[in-house]
Design a protein around this ligand. Structure first.
Ligand SMILES: [Zn+2]
Length: 274
């Protein structure tokens, strides 16, 4: 797997727009009547309406912009959005660290994602890098036709190996979107996040590829509660991942998920993964 970094200004504007819009920070009145307001929100509201109109993932729009295939309307909307200036030296060093971590952990990642989840990594993953004030984070911007696009946010506090784990986490979201083993309902989407919370940047996958020295589910458990996930469900996922980790079975984790959360999985889909 290769990482394809997009440092293009327009791709970055779409990354920031996607993040602000998906966090739901734009008041309804601004979404409906953007022309009445000043500042970045009207531009964001129009981009949000544009993405909805085209029923597109931001990842898809980013690929269009990057391939010079974006329509005039989108280019004009992006023209009207000022995304400020990032610390290019910081983004450059983070990019180098990700490339070097990929050469260190990449083959382990591919092998373990195959063993644990039954997924094959795509040939390349598109990454748009942005900056945030504190900590680090990521979001999966779209997975379609075997292509995964992720956004990653770094800060001066970012620990590089953990950041590679954040990348792996978003790639896993992308693979779940591509392989579709889970149903589309609230419980299944909570399960997806919890399963990944116990996988990487901390959890079974991080431990198996050597990002974490030990398998510490307590960290993931506390983090899941801090993030507001239901305690009972988190505990059930914790026990399930621990059981899978302690066994020496040669099946994927979907077997365990099938017995623990039968109402969240698509049996036909996981048939090919177990
Ligand atoms: Zn996630």
């Amino acid at each position: 797997m290769e990482l394809r970094f997009l440092l293009d200004e327009k791709a970055k504007k779409l990354l920031y727009a996607s993040e602000v819009i998906s966090h739901g920070h734009i008041p309804e009145a601004m979404l409906q009547y953007p022309n009445m307001f000043n500042g970045p929100f009207p531009a964001l509201a129009k981009i949000s309406a544009y993405a909805r109109k085209r029923q597109m993932y931001f990842g898809k729009l980013i690929i269009e912009v990057e391939g010079n295939n974006a329509d005039k309307e989108l280019l004009e909307l992006l023209e009207g959005l000022d995304a400020g200036k990032d610390d290019d030296a910081l983004l450059g060093s983070v990019k180098d660290a990700l490339v070097s971590d990929l050469s260190k952990y990449g083959s382990g990642l591919a092998a373990n994602i195959k063993e644990v989840f039954g997924f094959a990594l795509p040939n390349s993953v598109t990454v748009v890098l942005g900056q945030q004030n504190e900590g680090s984070g990521g979001s999966m911007l779209g997975a379609d036709d075997g292509e995964i696009t992720v956004g990653l946010f770094t800060s001066h506090e970012t620990k590089t190996e953990e950041f590679f784990g954040v990348l792996a986490h978003e790639i896993l979201h992308g693979l779940i979107s591509l392989y579709k083993p889970l149903l589309r309902n609230k419980k299944a989407s909570d399960l997806e996040e919890l399963l990944l919370e116990y996988s990487v940047p901390h959890g079974i996958l991080a431990w198996r590829i050597g990002l974490d020295k030990k398998f510490d589910t307590q960290f993931s458990y506390k983090n899941s509660l801090r993030r507001g996930y239901p305690e009972e469900m988190s505990m059930k996922v914790k026990e399930m991942v621990e059981k899978y980790a302690s066994g020496n079975s040669h099946t994927t984790i979907w077997d365990e998920i099938k017995s623990a959360f039968p109402d969240c999985i698509d049996e036909n889909r996981i048939g090919t993964l177990c």
